[in-house]
Design a protein around this ligand. Structure first.
Ligand code: C2E
Ligand code: MG
Ligand code: MG
Ligand code: MG
Length: 279
C-alpha cells in the first residue's frame, strides 16, 4: 500500500491513508522498535566555503536501518514519526549521536568543525528544547560552538513568543541557528530581523535549474543579497554542477553544499574527508 510520490520515493504515510491501516500500523510498529533499539544511522554531508572549497562543517542527516529495506531516508519516515509521537526520541538520538561523533573526531585530533542537526517543528516547539540541547552537549563533552541547528522557516513562524525565547536561549548558549529550505515556506520576512539567526539556506529547488533558468538565478541572487543585508550567511544547498558553483562564487554566496561537492557520507567516509582537510 505504499504510494509513489512525485520524486519517485515510496512514502509510508500520507494524509488520506487512514483507510488502509495495515501497512501503516506495521511500519509504525517497526519504527517504534527502531526507536527502542536505536536502529538509525547518521550520514554527514560536508558544507564548504565557495571561495576555496574548504570544509566549514557537516550536516547530519538521519537514516533508518530498516530490517527489510536497508537504509531508509528521512523523507520516508519523519512524517510518520511526527504523526506518531516518535520524532522526539528520534531527534534526541540524532542530537546525541551527532555530538558524540563530533567529540570523538575532535579527540582524535581531526580538524574541529561544527555539525548541523535538523530540528523538526515539533521538536522546536517543545518547552525545554534548549535545556535538552544543553544537556546533550554537556554529556557529550562538546562545546556549544560546534553545534548548529537547522529549522525550517515554517517552524520559525509558529508561536512567535516561544520562537523568540528559544532562539535567544540558543544564542546565549552559543548554538548557531540556520533557516532551512528558505523561500519555500509561507511566511513573512519580518521574522528575519526579529530573531537572532546565523545562516540562511537557499532551498535546493531554486538552485537546481541555475544557471540556465534566469528566474531561478534572479531568486537565488535576491536571497543572497537579502541574507547579506541582514548580516546572515547564505548557504546554497543542492549544488550539483561546476556551473552552479561558479554562479554562486560570482554572486558572493559564502557557503555551499551538494552532491557536486560531496554527498552525505557514513561516519567512516566523512572522517576521511575530515582527515584530508588536515593535510
Ligand atoms: P534538508 O535539511 O534540506 O537536507 C538536505 C537534503 O538534500 C538531504 O536529503 C540531502 O541528501 C539532499 N541533498 C544534498 N545535496 C543534494 C544535491 O546536490 N542534490 C539533491 N538532489 N539532493 C541533495 P535527506 O538526507 O534525504 O534529507 C531530507 C530531509 O529530511 C532534510 O532536508 C531534513 O529536512 C530532513 N531530515 C534529515 N535528517 C533529519 C533529522 O535528523 N531530524 C529531522 N527532524 N529531520 C531530518
Ligand atoms: Mg537541513
Ligand atoms: Mg535544506
Ligand atoms: Mg531542502
Amino acid at each position: 500500500h505504499t504510494k509513489e510520490s512525485g520524486r519517485g520515493t515510496r512514502m509510508f504515510y500520507e494524509p488520506g491513508m487512514e483507510g488502509q491501516p495495515t501497512e501503516l500500523l506495521q511500519q509504525e510498529h517497526l519504527l517504534r522498535e527502531a526507536v527502542f533499539q536505536g536502529a538509525f544511522a547518521l550520514h554527514y554531508q560536508p558544507q564548504v566555503r565557495v571561495a576555496d572549497g574548504r570544509l566549514v562543517g557537516f550536516e547530519a542527516l538521519v537514516r533508518w536501518r530498516h530490517p527489510v529495506r536497508g537504509l531508509v531516508g528521512p523523507d520516508e519516515f519523519i512524517p510518520l514519526a511526527e504523526s506518531r509521537g516518535l520524532i522526539t526520541p528520534i531527534g534526541r538520538w540524532v542530537l546525541h549521536e551527532a555530538c558524540r561523533q563530533l567529540k570523538a573526531w575532535h579527540d582524535e585530533g581531526l580538524p574541529r568543525v561544527p555539525v548541523a542537526v535538523n530540528l523538526s517543528a515539533i521538536e522546536f516547539r517543545q518547552r525545554d528544547v534548549v535545556g535538552e540541547i544543553a544537556q546533550v552537549l554537556q554529556s557529550a563533552g562538546l562545546a556549544p560552538q560546534y553545534l548548529e541547528v537547522e529549522i525550517t522557516e515554517s517552524a520559525l513562524m509558529q508561536q512567535a513568543d516561544h520562537t523568540r525565547t528559544t532562539l535567544q536561549a540558543l544564542q546565549a548558549l552559543g548554538v548557531a541557528v540556520t533557516v532551512d529550505d528558505f523561500g519555500t515556506g509561507y511566511s513573512s520576512l519580518a521574522y528575519l530581523k526579529r530573531y537572532p539567526l546565523d545562516k540562511i539556506k537557499v532551498d535546493r529547488s531554486f538552485v537546481t535549474d541555475t544557471p540556465a533558468d534566469s528566474e531561478d538565478v534572479a531568486i537565488v541572487t535576491a536571497i543572497i543579497q537579502l541574507a547579506h543585508s541582514l548580516q546572515l550567511q547564505p548557504v546554497a544547498e543542492g549544488v550539483e554542477t561546476a556551473e552552479q558553483l561558479a554562479l554562486l562564487r560570482r554572486l558572493g554566496c559564502e557557503l555551499a553544499q551538494g552532491f557536486g561537492i560531496a554527498p552525505p557520507m557514513d561516519a567512516q567516509r566523512a572522517r576521511e574527508w575530515l582527515r584530508a582537510q588536515a593535510e
